[in-house]
Design a protein around this ligand. Structure first.
Ligand code: KIV
Ligand code: ZN
Length: 527
């Protein structure tokens, strides 16, 4: 009989740690609802102690979800207490606590002599700390997961000792992360098998694997793990996560499904929801899916060469090992336009997995009409970016009233902007190295600030000349990092919107309520 593999989705926690990704509470709620439709078993909703926004996101997801909701916390009483507070209304709460177990991590994080004079003393301290954390978490919920961070590089004898100890303390799931994506599949599989034979109480817990993709082996390692005793896989949509990311949910799940002839395992994932989930995560995080990405990339089901096309026409299984429909890729594209109306828009958004409130629907409809005026055809990917929190809840303290940018091969790029706030209008011009630089210089002058642009990227949301351009940027102002996103069929306007949105997002309602002095000193509201 085939055995079930528990799918633990960590898109909202590890996935959100991807460079450049930042999800609002609204975005996380929408993704969590879609993960439920996808039917994952566990949703890791965040790391509550790390920020008030993380706490709120975990709490709101826990409040409404029927799934097991996991909250991450370090092996510290305070963290565990906060994680439990966030999970208070969860129907199925899981506290997920972790500590580092490899020597390199222990020496790096607990180098101070107060943690022990020798490596062996430090190891004992980590062992005790882990035991205590699990025992404390257990006072709040029965469902406690323990992760041995950097288990992939942890000495097997010590790893076995610590796993045995946390199971004794009550851990119901023991996670073996390959935190640095260092191991080879055979090596990782051996490690799991070895643990099974060394840990005397291992049968009392589910063994889990959490593989990173630094060498591109995360899915292969996850497959090796289940073949050696693991029954929970931690993974993310589109494989996003720290550095090179985590094991990709869609690749792991489809590998089990397509090769059911050789594996004795199954998942309960509703695979037809994979594509919608992938695109929703990409739309909200701004992390694009590479075209040749397995399962969900644009090219995953395209056939370019004549020989392949001919083969496909005769029998589609000549070159396809799964159908696009099985992962929710619908080849007939539905295109909306100005005349589709509010009802048509609302119906399509629901099919794409979104659940807009009345108020959100009104805002997205206005943005939709504005967009449909500029480009005749509005595609699903356009709608996905319109559903982003920045469009729906955009604070509009700073608004572009007028923008004119000129540039050309023989001209000095020049920009003039007029920015409106509820009380003032600021107008300035400037030149720059290019049109975007000129625009940002003019905005700096108009608002009398000088942020540094830490990152700037522009992408076309769909293809074609009238495509919607999306600009994502990160500004540093004082000690604050401000993220902004702007959308327009004109990428210069999108750049201006992104710049102002970065300020708007971080702008308190009242002018005198700045978060801290350093920030206040940087933004001087004139007039
Ligand atoms: O990669 C890792 O080790 C983690 C743990 C916190 C599970 O993300
Ligand atoms: Zn991780």
């Amino acid at each position: 009989m085939k055995e079930k593999i528990i799918i633990f989705d960590t898109t909202l926690r590890d996935g959100e740690q991807s460079p450049g990704a930042s999800l609002s509470v609204h975005d996380k709620l929408e993704i969590a609802r879609q993960l439920s439709r996808l039917n994952v078993d566990v949703i890791e909703a965040g790391f509550p102690v790390s920020s008030p926004a993380q706490f709120e996101a975990v709490k709101r997801i826990a409040d409404e979800s029927d799934k097991i909701i996991a909250a991450l916390c370090r092996a510290k009483e305070y963290d565990i207490k906060i994680a439990n507070d966030a999970l208070l209304n969860a129907r199925h709460p899981r506290i997920h606590t972790f500590s580092s177990t490899s020597d390199i991590h222990i020496l790096g994080k607990f180098g101070d002599s107060k943690y022990g004079a020798s490596l062996s003393e430090k190891r004992n301290m980590v062992l005790q700390m882990s035991y205590d954390a699990v025992a404390y978490a257990k006072t709040f919920t029965d469902d406690v997961e323990y992760s041995a961070e950097d288990a992939g590089r942890t000495d097997i004898g010590y790893l076995a000792e610590i796993i045995e100890s946390v199971i004794e303390a009550g851990a119901t799931t023991v996670n073996i992360p390959d935190t640095t994506g260092y191991t080879f599949p055979s090596e990782f599989g051996d490690k799991i098998r070895e643990l099974k034979s060394r840990v005397s109480n291992i049968e009392k817990a589910i063994i889990s694997a959490h593989c990173h993709n630094d060498l591109g082996l995360a899915v292969a390692n996850s497959l090796a793990a289940i073949q050696n005793g693991v029954r929970q896989i931690e993974c993310t949509i589109n494989g996003i996560g720290e550095r090179a990311g985590n094991a990709s949910l869609e690749e792991f799940v489809m590998a089990l499904r397509v090769r059911k002839d050789i594996v004795d395992f199954y998942t309960e994932i509703k695979t037809t929801e994979i594509y919608n989930t992938s695109r929703m995560v990409s739309g909200f995080t701004g992390i694009i899916v590479q075209p040749n990405k397995a399962i969900v990339g644009d090219n995953a089901f395209s056939h370019e060469s004549g020989i392949h096309q001919d083969g496909m026409l005769k029998n589609k299984f000549t070159y396809e090992i799964m159908t696009p429909e099985s992962v929710g890729v619908n080849k007939t594209k539905i295109i909306l336009g100005r005349h589709s109306g509010r009802h048509g828009l609302s119906a399509r958004l629901k099919e794409l997995g979104y659940t807009p409130t009345e108020d959100e629907m009104q805002k997205v409809y206005e943005s939709f009409l504005e967009l449909a005026d500029k480009k005749k055809e509005v595609f699903d990917d356009d709608l996905r970016v319109l559903m982003g929190d920045d469009v729906l809840t955009q604070s509009s303290f700073y608004k572009i009233e007028y923008l004119n940018v000129t540039s050309g091969t023989a001209a000095i790029p020049t920009a003039t902007v007029r920015i409106k706030t509820p009380e003032n209008v600021f107008e300035e011009s400037s030149t720059g190295d290019g049109p975007v630089d000129a625009l940002f210089n003019a905005l700096d002058r108009a608002l009398d600030i000088k942020p540094t642009v830490e990152s700037y990227s522009v992408r076309s949301v769909t293809s074609g000349r009238q495509a919607l351009g999306e600009v994502t940027l990160r500004l540093k102002l004082g000690n604050k990092i401000l993220n902004g996103r702007g959308l327009s069929t004109d990428i210069i306007e999108a750049s201006g919107k992104a710049y102002l949105q970065a300020l708007n997002n971080n702008k308190p309602q009242k002018l005198d309520e700045y978060f801290d002095l350093e920030f206040e000193n940087q933004i001087r509201v004139r007039g």
